[in-house]
Design a binder for this molecule. Sequence first.
Ligand code: 5AD
Ligand code: SF4
Length: 464
Amino acid sequence: MATQVKKKKVFIETLGCQMNVADTERMLGLLDEIDYEQTQKREEADLSILNTCSIREHAVDKMRSYVGSWDKTRKPGSLVALAGCVPQQEGEGMAKDVRVADIIIGTHNLHRLPDLVLEAEKKHEVNKLNSVKGADQNIGVYAARPQVAEIWEELPEDIPETPIFRKTKYYAWVNVIYGCNYRCTYCIVPKTRGDQRSRPVAEIKKEIEGLAQEGYKEVILLGQNVDGYGLDIESNLATLLREVHEVEGIERIKFLTSHPCDMTFELIETVAELPKVSKYFHVPIQAGNDYILKRMARRYTVERYMELVNYIRKLMPDASITGDIIVGFPGETHEQFMDSVKVVQEVKYDACNTAIYSKRPFTPAATWEDDISADEKQERIRFLNAIITETAEKQAQRYIGKVEQVLIEGQSQRNPRRLAGRIFNNKTVNIECPPELHDKYIGTLADVKITQANAWALRGELLI
Ligand code: 5AD
Ligand code: SF4
């Protein structure tokens, strides 16, 4: 007779980028194998994991404040784990420092999580038995909390395939390349994610075929530098896109994040040619001035970037282009900053993320004089954001009156009377729809007439 297995509960808080979101899905898949299921309520969790991000300043402080407050309100006897980029950045040394964490794991050895959790469970049991009589044995205040910390310096040669527990049902993030071979002078990623490692085409295709069978309609190929895909295994992103394009049932393919120095005309032509590939490019320029780009070690000029943008627009006039820009990089003069403003106006981004430069440990720029005042940086980012919003809003008007095919992802979070989804070129759209019809549409590709547009999202009506 089959016995019902009682699952333990895991709560995960994910900070940072899509790579972390994908890692969280892997952690949930791995933990499922040792009988953990996800809960949204931290107070009932047997294991709470903070998947950390270290791209900006105060990452360590933020991590401490999270786990500090968790420690006070955790379920008695439960475990707390720190995962992701901060442990990878800080190394095993941080274990002594962050005593409230029972498990510490880096990004390179994520597949080891179940073993570490089982080890920590065992140590805690033993510790409870050995703890001083009279101490509160439940809440974890016994003398020294036993800790399990394992952080690998290097990514393994063959990154083991791990089970993945996906929260999304209709689109899926698929890691195609790990790490990054570049050393942009501001960036912590090479430290936290290691050198570039492309997954073999056949392995990726197999994963995506499985997703199609499960009913997924869209895949987003993910990499810190996705255009670098294949350079270490004699392949390239254009080839991968062609292979993935053959998978029946997958109706949409996207990829991010692009690096202008590895983006080729061949790739742009391939995107233009393949009907299932979204005409959507996330290509961060980071700065609009060649001298600053050189100091950032970005390996391209503004002229080259504009060549790529113009070629995209020539082949796909309706393409959606988004980017990232850093404001206040060490030494950036006002004139140099205004070159970033100029680029934004010229490219006409559909959206562009901006960030004030943030000094990261172990990066070359961290040793350079940070000579721009905080007020000046704030003023620059405010000015740039205003221009971005204005151009993005103008760009969005081109969709008004058009009928777009929308992958309906679910109910809008803000308004339960609306559905939310994305058009082929990635823009979010909210759709007025009576709640009793939601089930009929969620997970389908539906025709939607766009009626309103602003910088962030579109509004539309279902064509029934
Ligand atoms: N400071 C500010 N922004 C940064 N980014 C990466 N590192 C830093 C840093 N040290 C931004 C870049 C990148 C995005 C993910 O985060 O614009 O494209
Ligand atoms: Fe960081 Fe540069 Fe690599 Fe992007 S390309 S992950 S910014 S080092």
